[in-house]
Design a protein around this ligand. Structure first.
Ligand code: NI
Length: 386
């Protein structure tokens, strides 16, 4: 079965919603206009319930099938944009300076609205579909907040599914894998405090810059010497701040960055070794190190049975040769991970074709893939609530 005819018919309308959302990007939890747009559309489609304000600005719509059933499955999209100045020059470019939809969440939201419209028209299933629109995917943990607000219990959601477009994957093709598919995204900063002084008399100082640079190179040994070579750890130092004059050794140096892993054990190992390296090298060089380590999004782990269901739906839409069921995981993060920790489910990639990369000011969502996304959601919902 290829793309659903009705999904193809909806393409122009859904494209206009996508571009409307694209013109008015909002950040993190401040997706007030986007959430209102979503809630209005869901009411217009005749959803049985439309509940805003979950996870601050998240929206959930409930669509009940024509046939009796107690099961509810959740389909999730994200609504927030990024703090970038758009450079695409498209007619539907961002109208807000410093904000743009550079991750395609405008497309995710529009496609799930398209699926909601279809499902509310047809209702050819037993049980209920919960369409979930979350705020603050890009760093605010909006998905986590929706889970903490009791969304899964309140709507009786048994399974939950997510989708993200992927530049570089041919348009309309799907890629997924069971197990870890996206990384945990921890952040750290380390302040090394020594004793400042004259740059010409280093023996009378404890030089925090010399010590901090040793720490930075030693942190690379976590991935190369502490972790099993078959496991993945990325430690990237992305910031370094110290000093103010060429003839003064400063008192302190601060650096920081991110740690990415694909397994909880590796995450624990990376944090433990990072703390040990900082404390050990500081002690060895008579300085002090203060470590701040924040665990952000957990690893996004696809459940085996639900991954098989996602593959089945994607294959029905795109064909066997257009679905990669064993794609490599990525070291980027996703806060759909919190929903997958709360309920079984799966996260799939939908090819955006050859386009600028995600989080690039020249990126744009590919409207040609809208029918594929809608068809996938509909097929998945109807299969799971057959
Ligand atoms: Ni994204």
């Amino acid at each position: 079965m290829p793309i659903l005819n009705r999904a193809a018919e909806l393409q122009d309308e859904v494209t206009s919603w996508r571009r409307q959302i694209h013109k008015h990007p909002e950040l993190l939890f401040d997706v007030v206009k986007t959430a209102a747009f979503v809630a209005d559309k869901l009411r217009e489609f005749g959803c049985d319930e439309v509940v805003p304000g979950i996870g601050r600005t998240g929206v959930v719509g409930i669509i009940r099938g024509h046939r009796p059933g107690n099961r509810t499955i959740g389909l999730r999209a994200d609504m927030d944009a990024l703090p970038l100045n758009e450079t695409t020059g498209k007619p539907w470019s961002s109208t807000v300076a410093g904000k743009m939809h550079a991750c395609g969440h405008d497309g995710h939201t529009a496609m799930l609205l398209g699926a909601a419209k279809y499902l509310a028209e047809t209702r050819n299933f037993a049980g209920s579909v919960a369409v979930i629109f979350q705020p603050a995917e890009e760093g605010g943990g909006g998905g986590n907040l929706m889970v903490q607000d009791g969304m899964m219990e309140r709507f009786g959601i048994a399974e939950v599914y997510g989708l993200h477009n992927l530049p570089g994957l041919p348009a309309g093709e799907f890629a997924i894998r069971k197990g870890p598919i996206m990384a945990s995204t921890d952040e750290f900063s380390i302040t090394v405090t020594g004793r400042g002084g004259h740059a010409a008399q280093p023996h009378r100082t404890v030089d925090p810059i010399a010590i901090a640079t040793q720490m930075i190179s030693s942190l690379q040994l976590i991935a190369s010497r502490n972790a099993d070579p078959l496991q993945s750890i990325v430690v990237s130092v992305t910031k370094f701040n110290a000093g103010f004059a060429s003839n003064i050794i400063p008192d302190a140096a601060t650096f920081g960055g991110t740690v990415r892993t694909l397994k909880p054990e590796m995450r624990d190992l990376a944090e433990k070794r990072l703390r040990e390296i900082a404390a050990g090298l500081a002690a060895a060089h008579l300085a002090e190190a203060e470590v701040r380590y924040v665990r952000n999004y957990p690893v996004t782990v696809n459940h085996a049975a639900e991954t098989a269901h996602a593959i089945e739906a994607a294959t029905a839409i795109a064909g066997l040769d257009k679905v990669d069921p064993e794609t490599d995981p990525m070291m980027g993060g996703e806060d759909f991970s919190y929903m997958l920790n709360a309920r079984p489910g799966a996260f799939i990639f939908l090819g955006n074709g050859e386009s600028a990369n995600l989080h690039n000011p020249n990126y744009d969502f590919n409207d040609e893939i809208i029918p594929h996304g809608i068809s996938y959601w509909v097929k998945l919902a109807e299969n799971r609530l057959a």
